[in-house]
Design a protein around this ligand. Structure first.
Ligand code: CP
Ligand code: NVA
Length: 313
């Protein structure tokens, strides 16, 4: 069974066709083949969501299927039914699971115990759907209608702020997988974790990033300046401390100007103007945050299509 739990779950050789499918889905919006006709995909969410929930619900409907949104607290999982039993039971009813949760091991356990594809819709460790949509957004701009994945190769992304969060982890793994370079800048204690280093080593990307405490060093020569919220879901108790120590890593107009002259500004959203990014950067024409959001829909439809085809193949 093919799952999408981390960036490397699609092999490098599968990426060109996947990205081309996302481009085709985007062009044919609303007129794509109904590959999920008669199917129901359960969406188990333990955290809030705007983009992920709406793009998956809309995308599944556009592919002819039915999304079934389940707040994790409303099902027996929230009262202690095991992850394994939940996976086995839901596999008898639905054709796939889309899961937003805290522990990354939860999505791995659901995938191991169930008999349907599982998609990671964000864990504390990784957010692969966002990275694929972001990479597609970059490729659309740089490929000029040509080879999408090839257009990413050798490009540099600079990630600022909470460099140990799910988005930073996912971008480190994703950049290596897409043949990009990545530099991160944040306080020392927010440096990428041992857990991330172990994952990179397992995937053959040991040491595949640069980390510095100097934000200007990180953005030098960057094609993309990326940031994320300073207080991820589940970290609310640390809000005050995080806002204080991450302040020097805010993406200001001055910092953005230190990247390449044609660099893009990207953010997975939700953004907090005046915290991790200045309003002037959000207003810059090279800020592509809403293209990233829109592309969640097109890329996820491509991912759903491929996982469904792999099940039949
Ligand atoms: N970027 C993203 O995943 O947004 P949501 O939390 O709104 O789904
Ligand atoms: N790092 C953020 C990403 C939100 C899409 C969080 O986990 O809350």
């Amino acid at each position: 069974m093919k799952h999408f739990l981390q960036e490397t779950d699609f092999q490098a050789s599968e990426l060109p066709a996947l990205f081309a499918l996302a481009r085709e889905q985007k062009r044919k919006r609303g007129r794509v083949s109904k590959v999920l006709a008669g199917q129901t995909w359960a969406m188990i969410f333990s955290k809030s969501s705007t983009r992920t929930r709406v793009s998956f619900e809309t995308g599944i409907r556009e592919l002819g299927g039915n999304p079934l949104f389940l707040n994790a607290h409303d099902i027996q999982l929230g009262r202690g039914e095991s992850i394994e039993d939940t996976a086995k039971v839901l596999s008898r009813f639905v054709h796939g699971l889309i899961v937003r949760t805290f522990d990354h091991s939860d999505v791995e356990r659901l995938a191991a115990a169930g008999t349907v594809p599982v998609i990671n819709a964000l864990t504390d460790f990784l957010h692969p759907c966002q990275i694929y949509a972001d990479a597609f957004t970059m490729a659309e701009r740089w490929s000029k209608g040509g080879n999408l994945v090839g257009a990413l190769r050798g490009r540099k992304i600079a990630f600022l702020g909470d460099t140990a969060c799910n988005m930073a982890n996912s971008w480190i793994l994703g950049a290596n997988h897409f043949g990009m370079k990545i530099s991160l800048a944040g306080p020392k204690k927010f440096a990428p974790t041992k857990e991330l280093d172990a994952l990179l080593a397992r995937e053959g990307f040991a040491g595949g990033y640069q980390f510095t405490t100097d934000p200007f060093e990180a953005v030098r020569g960057a094609d993309v300046v990326y940031t994320d919220v300073w207080v991820s879901m589940g970290k609310e108790a640390e809000s005050r401390k995080r806002r204080r120590v991450l302040q020097p890593y805010a993406v200001t107009a001055k910092l953005f100007a230190a990247a390449k002259a044609d660099a893009l500004f990207m953010h997975c959203l939700p953004a907090h103007a005046g915290e991790e990014v200045e309003q002037a950067v959000l207003d810059n024409p090279r800020c592509v945050i809403f293209d990233e959001a829109e592309n969640r829909l097109h890329m996820q439809k491509a991912i759903l299509t491929r996982l469904n085809a792999a099940r039949k193949g």
